[in-house]
Design a protein around this ligand. Structure first.
Ligand code: GCW
Length: 666
């Protein structure tokens, strides 16, 4: 596949296939046997050709006899494998990959490629791999202008100057994400500004070309549409979901869309949120809005994904009862069971907004009769914007492992989104993605681990953050033990380190408003978005228990008690749930104020050690990546110091309590 035929050349991330003529896996790649044809089969063959060529330096050939072939790719009928799973067996002389559908074989092929690249020890083995989450989705917040909302790695590779882009990079993108099991993408921003026109005749043909490209890799395409489309492009004077003209307009529009783009997965909708139009304008509910669209799209097997990020962003600071944390549950719990089967609610992991630390949203487990998706963000909007290293897989693991207690056996978030708990199939996990047209795709080279890791975790939530990091490092850099140890050391500590120099103990939001980058303790305190820490000379934090905003009551009893009781509430969330004075003693034995000072000094020291360790890799990894990461780590260190100083000074001045260790605080 040619890669240099567009303006910016780009790298192949973990599919970089570096020459290794001595690989003991070579013997399995003499030839292949395949018993099916079609687009996916063609892509499998292309991938095998590219791989053997780059890895071993020769061309793999097709073999018509199963007996004589070294790599057997077979469609079979095996109910236990489901639609996407594969059966893999490796003997002394053959690899056999079997699946019900072509995409299962594709995943199996990428599995063996991963094994070779990670140089895993070859043993004879046999296993079945079935994805735990039916939907494994990436959301792009790309505008048609080419800008990306909260994008930190260049411009969009889907859109430029109002047009859809179709080129080799798009195909490579499809391969890259299919290699880790992503099966759905939404290509445009949920804030639909200039993308209204995507559902007009002029754009549907190109959209169809895109869906075809991705279909060849088992990936469904979705688009975000505006709830107000009947007005914006239909010329109607209402978007009321119960209005007959509105319904007819959507029906006709869906017919047109599906005539021209028959493989479209459906629509993603952000409604009544941060100024976006929605059913509230007409006194209707989110169920009215979502179900109307679901009805129109149903005959084409389309799906409506509806976001739960709905809150009052016009709060007055004197109002201490309104709590943004409550709003998702307050809005959607009463609608549980009222959505059609082809509607899925998309719920952010926490009740606020992708902060470095938040509790899990009580909608997980709270919704018992509704399809649901967990939405996380790898774009690092609040976690360093791909300028700081922040490997988020340990955070995602905690979220997935959180027991909601909604079910005695299957109460974890991972069970709920897999569909197991409530016996659902339209469920899964989404990430707001971190890619753009930068040469390395993710701005920070180490942010590639979040893209890779999210997808691997979406497939198998039992993988550990460590396993995933190692896999990624070996394929992206190399197998050198020192490289693996140093890079995984940095990755695995990076979230904790970022948290140390950020807003303390779960309170969040001490960032500059709008761009959400850099420290500004009171930035949101004096803004209208309803995100407060309420620090004064006595203390800091929000009482979210029943004596305060009552947010804790949205959890099942065990968690309500866990968070409400100051003795059991975990330290890292103490200020999220409680208002405490600076001398309050944490479980760690430190007072709040001393914790703030210590963690902020520690966080900076962590970054110093990341930088020092990274410098030991100079001769061990390719120079381009080495330098790019080096520059970002240097920036991170300067910025971490700024965070430390701004936060420490603020709390020193508010509390008038000095640092026990006598360090310099401005
Ligand atoms: O965190 C906020 C972001 C907005 C984003 C919104 C959302 C797409 O700052 O940029 O809008 O979340 O998730 O809808």
């Amino acid at each position: 596949m040619a890669i240099n035929n567009i303006e910016n050349s780009y790298e192949q991330v973990w599919l970089e296939y570096k020459l290794d003529k001595d690989s003991s896996y070579k013997r399995f790649f003499s030839n292949y046997y395949i018993n099916f044809s079609g687009d996916i089969s063609n892509n499998i063959i292309k991938e095998l050709a590219l791989f053997t060529n780059k890895k071993f330096g020769y061309n793999i050939t097709e073999c018509k006899s199963i007996k004589d072939s070294t790599l057997i790719l077979k469609l079979v009928s095996d109910k236990t494998l489901g639609d996407e799973g594969f059966d893999f067996s490796l003997t002394k002389t053959q690899v056999i990959i079997k699946a019900n559908n072509a995409v299962g074989v594709l995943y199996g092929v990428f599995h063996i490629i991963r094994d070779v690249n990670c140089n895993s020890t070859i043993l004879e083995y046999n296993f079945k791999s079935i994805p735990q989450n039916p939907l494994r989705i990436l959301n792009h917040w790309d505008n048609m202008s080419g800008e990306i909302e909260r994008g930190y790695s260049g411009k969009s590779f889907f859109f430029k100057d109002g047009e859809i882009i179709i080129n080799e990079r798009i195909k490579d993108y499809a391969r890259i994400i299919a290699s880790v099991g992503i099966n759905t993408i939404n290509i445009n921003n949920v804030n639909v500004y200039d993308a209204h026109k995507l559902i007009t005749e002029e754009y549907l043909e190109k959209l169809n070309t895109l869906t075809d490209i991705f279909k060849g890799y088992g990936i469904k395409l979705f688009i975000s549409v505006s709830f107000a489309s009947p007005m914006v492009i239909g010329g109607l004077n209402s978007a009321d979901p119960l209005n007959k003209d509105v319904i007819t307009w959507w029906k006709d529009r869906c017919r047109l869309i599906y005539k021209m783009v028959p493989e479209l997965g459906g629509f993603l909708i952000k409604a009544d949120s941060e100024g976006r139009p929605g059913p509230f304008t007409y006194g209707r509910t989110h169920a009215d809005g979502a179900n109307m669209l679901a009805e129109c799209i149903d005959e084409f097997n389309g799906i409506i994904i509806w976001r739960c990020f709905v809150y009052n962003c016009q709060q007055d600071w004197r109002d201490t009862k309104t709590d943004r944390a409550r709003s998702g549950y307050d809005n959607f719990k009463p609608l549980d069971g009222k959505f059609k089967d082809n509607v899925i609610l998309q719920i952010k992991n926490g009740p606020m907004d992708f902060q470095v630390r938040e509790p899990v949203s009580p909608l997980f487990g709270g919704l018992e009769n509704t399809n649901q998706l967990l939405e996380v963000q790898i774009a690092q909007e609040y976690t360093g914007q791909q300028k700081h290293v922040c490997y988020l897989i340990p955070m995602f693991k905690e979220i997935l492992d959180f027991n909601t207690y909604c079910n005695s056996k299957y109460g974890k978030v991972s069970d709920i989104i897999s569909g197991k708990t409530f016996n659902k199939t339209n469920t899964g996990i989404v990430a707001v993605t971190n890619t753009g047209d930068d040469q390395n795709w993710t701005g920070h080279d180490l942010a590639g681990a979040n893209l890779y890791g999210f997808a691997r975790l979406a497939w198998d939530t039992t993988l550990t953050a460590n396993q995933i990091a190692e896999e990624w490092i070996k394929q992206t850099f190399n197998n050198n033990k020192k490289v693996v140890d140093i890079v995984s050391g940095i990755l695995l500590n990076s979230w904790e380190s970022y948290e140390k120099y950020n807003a303390p103990l779960g309170i969040g939001w001490m960032v500059n408003p709008n761009n959400h980058f850099g420290p500004n303790v009171d930035g949101y305190e004096y803004d209208r978005w309803g995100t407060y820490h309420r620090a004064d000379h006595l203390g800091v934090g929000i009482d979210r228990t029943k004596t305060g905003t009552g947010f804790t009551l949205q959890f099942y009893k065990k968690n309500e008690e866990l968070f409400s009781n100051i003795k059991t509430c975990p330290d890292e969330l103490k200020l999220f749930f409680h208002r405490l004075d600076y001398n309050f003693v944490l479980d760690s034995g430190k007072t709040i104020i001393q914790h703030i000072y210590d963690s902020h000094f520690d966080g900076v020291e962590d970054v110093e050690s990341f930088l020092k360790n990274w410098k030991n890799l100079k001769a061990l990894i390719d120079n381009k990546s080495y330098k790019r990461v080096l520059d970002r780590l240097k920036f991170q260190l300067t910025h971490a110091k700024e965070w430390r100083d701004v936060i420490n000074t603020y709390f020193y001045r508010k509390s008038s309590i000095s640092d026990k260790k006598g360090r310099y605080i401005y």
